[in-house]
Each structure stands twice: as C-alpha cells, then as structure tokens.
Design a protein around this ligand. Structure first.
Ligand SMILES: Nc1ncnc2c1ncn2[C@@H]1O[C@H](COP(=O)(O)OP(=O)(O)OP(=O)(O)O)[C@@H](O)[C@H]1O
Length: 588
C-alpha cells in the first residue's frame, strides 16, 4: 500500500468520479454479501427440508447477480472516467511545465545533488507510461483500497452478531493479510524506483539510438549499440524480477492469511454448530461471509499490480512537475513596440551551471533597430549562448540584455519569446502537411501568405513541383526533404511568424553557398522593418550585414563592416582566410 503524495494529489483532481467509483465498488461488494446471506438462508432451509421459500430465494440470488453485473459495468465506466480525468489533467500540467522549462531543461542536472542530466527519452517515458500508471493506480487500485478498508470491518460486525466465535479466526488473519505486507513497503518502494529508473533509462537509450541511427550506421556502431541495448534490457529484466520477488512475498503472506483465516473461521463455525450453540442459518452465514470478508483483500492484491507502475513513477512525475525553470517569469511588460526594437547586450557575463570558466565575458554591443547584425566567431566562441540568453533560456550572471531599452527580464516571458522568431541549424518539422507546418507560426495565415513567405525563403517552386504541393505530408522531422529544403521551410515559417525580431542561427548552413547568398539577400529585403541577428559560419551569409560583431572566446573582439574588419586583420581576417582555404581560394 504505497500512497505517494504525488498520487494523492493526482487523485484529488478527480475526486468526484473517484468517490462515485468507490461507492459503486462498495455497492458491488455489498451484492456479494447479500448473495452470501441469501444463499445461507436457502441452505439452512434445505438442511431443514423446507423448500417453500427456495424459488423466491434463488430468484433473489439471480436478481442480485444481475444487479451486480450492472453495477460492475457502471463502476468500471466511472473509474475509467476518474482515471482519464486525472491522467489528462496531469499530462496537461506536465506539458505546461515542460513548456515553461524550455529546452534548457533537457541535459540540465536531474533532481538531487549531482543528479544525472535529464534526457528526452526519460521525460517521454514519464509523460506517457508514468502517467498511464497513475491512471491505473487511481482508477483501479484506489477505489479497491477504500473498499478494502471499510467492507471487511462491516462483515466482522455482522459476524459478531450471528457467529462471534468465527471472529477468533478472521480478525487475526485479516490483520495479517492487511498489515503483514506493510513490512515490505519500504523495500517495495525502493525496488519500484530502481525498476522505474532502469525503465526510463532504457526508453531514453532507445530513443537516442533511433534518432541517431544514421550516425551509428556511419560509424559502424550499430552492432555495439545493439549489444549495449541488450545489456540494458537484461538489467531491466533483473530489476523487474527483483521487484516481483518482493511484491510476491507480500502477496504470499496475504494469500496465506486468507486461506488460513477462512479455514479457521469455517472450523470454528462448524464446531459451534456441532455443539448446537448456533442455528443452521448462522453457521452457513459464517461459512459464506468468512470467504466474502477476504474478497476485497484478494481483489486489492490483484489491483495492486496494475497500480504499482504509477506508484513507481510518482517520484519522476513529482520531479518533473516541480522542476524549476532556469529563469523566473516575473516580468509583466508585453513585448510590443511601435517599430522594430533596438537590442543591446551590456557587459554580459555568463557561465553554465557547474562550469569552471565563463562562456561570455563582458559582452557589449548594439543591434540597431530594423537593421541586420551578424555575430561571427570561431567554434565555441559563445554565439549560440548569446542567442540562448536573448531568448531567456538562461539569464546572465552579470550585465543585462535590453530590447527597446527595457531589460529582457522586464517582459512577460511568453510575450518576449513570441516577439523573437528563431531559425536555427536544428530545424524541426512535424509529421504533417507542409501548410500545417508553416501555419504553426500563424494559424490564420492565408494560402497567399504561405506562398509569399515560401517564395522569399526560396522554397515555393519546389513545393509547387510536388504532386500534392502545400498539402504534401512530410515524414517525421521533415525526413522526406533535403537538409536545405528543411531549412528554407523553417525560414518561411519564421517569416510568417511576423515577429519584430528575427534570429537566424546557422539558418542557411545546409543550403548551397550560392543559393545561401541569394536567400539571405531576399530574406533581408523581406525582413525590412525587423531587427535581425544572424549567426553564421560562412561569411558569405553575413558580409552584407549592416554590422558585424566578432566574438572570440567569449569576448567581443571587434565590431564593424565586412571590408573594414577584413582589412584590420585579427580574428575576422583569420575567419575570412579560413573560408578561402576551405573553398580552395574562391573569394568570400
Ligand atoms: N548547455 C551547455 N552546458 C555547458 N556548456 C555549454 C553548453 N552549451 C554550450 N556550452 C559551452 O559553451 C561554450 C560556447 O558554446 P556555444 O555553443 O555558445 O559556441 P558557438 O560559438 O555557438 O559554437 P559553434 O559555432 O560551434 O556553434 C562552449 O565551450 C561549449 O562547450
């Protein structure tokens, strides 16, 4: 009997249907008692050779059976509704929390000191399987638990009136059946957690292996990964067996107590019948009720296995539900400006959690309103980190970032993020039509607006050349498109969002270089009226920017225009050189 606070909390969300399901479950149990009483009277009549009431009694038994069947159907429906309500509410809450946590949550440290990094596959397992387990706990285990705590005392009270001697066998057995397994609760909870952790880990491993299959193939590591996954599966099997062993020990005690208690009560009832101290009806009633007294306990043991997964997942669910976002959403200003905002980084200092050295050191520059500012620098210079700070996936430890003069922390987080459209190297397209993927940014966009955005992003002609055009259903993650087409679709989506700030983080890196220059030119024309930040490795993508910020090892090395920076030598000139060398001397 594990009643985790997280499970109680989830159950309270469905308290009405849960109460109804419990009452119905109680009614089903009462029909068993009524049936036992009717049969006891019928058997006593038969023993006396009196068959006058027999047809009525048997008819009543059949009626009770029919009523029970009806009640059981309603009970299952109501319990399913209770479970579904709790499940939907919990999933909504967890998804909303994940939305607030943002991408920074994945790979952040898990709960507890030195917690392992949070993995996408583990979060998926918690959200899907863990919440399903909570549903089973609430819809099946909890109503049965409440019935088990109330019905057996009722039966004992009835027996105390008709056959008190039977209590001598029943009470100790009932106490043992209910309390004996409690000695294992702690161990059971620990084994459940171990099992859940292994299960989550395996889910995360499989997801990673599936997503990384091309890389595993290219590295010839598919066989090794399969062996590692088999080893993980074996570990899960061992954890399942360890969990079952403890669970079965508890069930064994319960079974033993049930068998022993029923037999003892039957013997005691028979003995008092032989000595003539009880009437036949009382004896039959004691015999039949002794078994009914344990029915809820037996049913509870069965439902426990359904609810155990939810009990095991409760810690993981609680950790996800209470995880704190890396930034606080205390700002209230809406991110709406009369024109495109000016963006300033002022002396920004930032180090990732647990890292020894800061990634950004005193970064200051201004991205002018309505203009294009490029950020370039060697790999690891901190370019993506700058963008993550702008979107408030993290907050800087020193300095500030302002939009139109107000620090980003002063804006309501949702509004801030909606005002910045981002296209990154890692585009994400969904298994849906091209039009649906584009309309994610603006659900009410007309077909004409979709086509305009796609034209600017240089992908319209390719879309219309497809047999189904904009109604073409894309593979998962846009797998049926080339890398360049995916990026250009993502660009079109960002343009549709019509946000006053546009951020392109290596957004055209998969597009061939000549096309990239055309797209960037078109894009900058179309983005007129927006403040644009472009991060790119290939300098051809940024040379037309109004201003270029050169970042090197977390510091601003220089700010200027392409020609001036290239002539001044330094980091930018070296990047230009590297670009030449890469393309065999073709001019940037
Ligand atoms: N989530 C993270 N946790 C810890 N360190 C990180 C994290 N992300 C990036 N870093 C570190 O911060 C530094 C800057 O990384 P960043 O991705 O900002 O560089 P970048 O200039 O965008 O590089 P690239 O051009 O290769 O994309 C690197 O040393 C990187 O290892």
């Amino acid at each position: 009997m594990i009643a985790h606070p997280e499970l109680r909390r989830a159950a309270l969300r469905a308290r009405r249907p849960l109460l109804a399901a419990t009452l119905l479950q109680g009614a089903v149990t009462l029909t068993h008692l009524a049936q036992a009483a009717l049969l006891a009277v019928a058997l006593a009549d038969l023993a006396r050779g009196d068959t006058g009431r027999l047809p009525w009694l048997l008819g009543a038994v059949l009626a009770v059976v029919a009523v029970r069947a009806g009640l059981a159907v309603r009970q299952r429906r109501t319990a399913t509704r209770a479970g579904a309500r709790a499940r939907v509410a919990l999933r909504d809450e967890l998804l909303a929390r994940l939305g607030r946590l943002g991408p920074a949550h994945l790979n952040s440290s898990g709960p507890g000191p030195g917690g392992a990094p949070v993995r996408a596959g583990a979060v998926r397992t918690t959200l899907v399987d863990g919440v399903e387990g909570v549903d089973a706990y609430i819809s099946r285990y909890l109503p049965q638990l409440l019935v088990t705590l109330t019905v057996p005392p009722l039966v004992l009270a009835v027996l105390a009136a008709v056959e008190p001697v039977a209590l001598l066998g029943l009470v100790p057995a009932l106490l043992l059946a209910l309390c004996g397994p409690r000695a294992w609760d702690r161990l059971l909870a620990r084994r459940g957690r171990e099992h859940w952790d292994t299960y989550e880990g395996l889910g995360a491993d499989y997801l990673e292996a599936l997503q990384g299959m091309p890389a595993l193939r290219a590295a010839g590591a598919v066989g090794r990964t399969r062996e590692r996954l088999e080893e993980r599966s074996a570990a899960l099997h061992r954890a399942t067996v360890a969990k079952l062993r403890v669970s079965l020990a508890g069930t064994g005690i319960t079974d033993l107590a049930i068998q022993g208690g029923t037999a003892a009560a039957a013997l005691l009832a028979c003995q008092s019948a032989v000595t003539g101290s009880t009437a036949a009806t009382g004896t039959y009633l004691a015999l039949l009720l002794a078994s009914e007294c344990f029915r809820p306990v037996r049913d509870l043991a069965r439902e426990w296995h359904a609810g155990y997964l939810g009990a095991s997942a409760a810690d993981g669910i609680a950790a996800l539900r209470t995880a704190e976002p890396a930034v606080r959403d205390t700002g209230t200003a809406p991110a709406h400006w009369p024109g495109p905002p000016e963006l300033r980084f002022e002396n920004v200092e930032f180090a990732y959690d647990g890292a020894k050295d800061p990634v950004l050191r005193g970064v200051s520059f201004t991205a002018r309103a309505g203009r294009t500012t490029a950020i370039v620098g060697p790999s690891g210079a901190g370019k993506s980190t700058l963008l993550a700070l702008l979107l408030r996936h993290h907050d800087p430890q020193g300095g500030r970032i302002t939009l139109d003069g107000l620090p980003t922390t002063g804006y309501a987080l949702d509004s801030l993020r909606r005002s910045i459209a981002v296209v990154s190297q890692e585009t994400y397209l969904f298994h849906a039509t091209i039009a649906e993927n584009l309309r994610l940014a603006r659900p009410d966009a007309t077909d004409g607006e979709l086509a305009d955005a796609a034209r600017v992003a240089g992908v319209h002609d390719e879309i219309t050349a497809l047999p189904d055009g904009y109604a073409t259903v894309l593979g998962e993650r846009g797998a049926t498109l080339s890398g360049g087409q995916r990026q250009r679709l993502a660009l079109a989506r960002a343009l549709l969002a019509d946000a006053p700030v546009l951020v392109l983080d290596e957004a055209t890196s998969s597009v061939d270089e000549r096309r990239e220059a055309d797209i960037v030119r078109e894009l900058l024309n179309a983005a007129g009226g927006r403040t644009v930040l472009v991060v790119a490795h290939r300098l051809s993508a940024v040379r037309h920017a109004d201003r270029i910020v050169v970042l090197d090892r977390g510091r601003v090395d220089a700010v200027g225009e392409h020609t001036g920076l290239a002539e001044a030598g330094g980091v930018y000139a070296r990047l230009v050189e590297a670009g030449h060398a890469h393309r065999g001397g073709v001019a940037a």
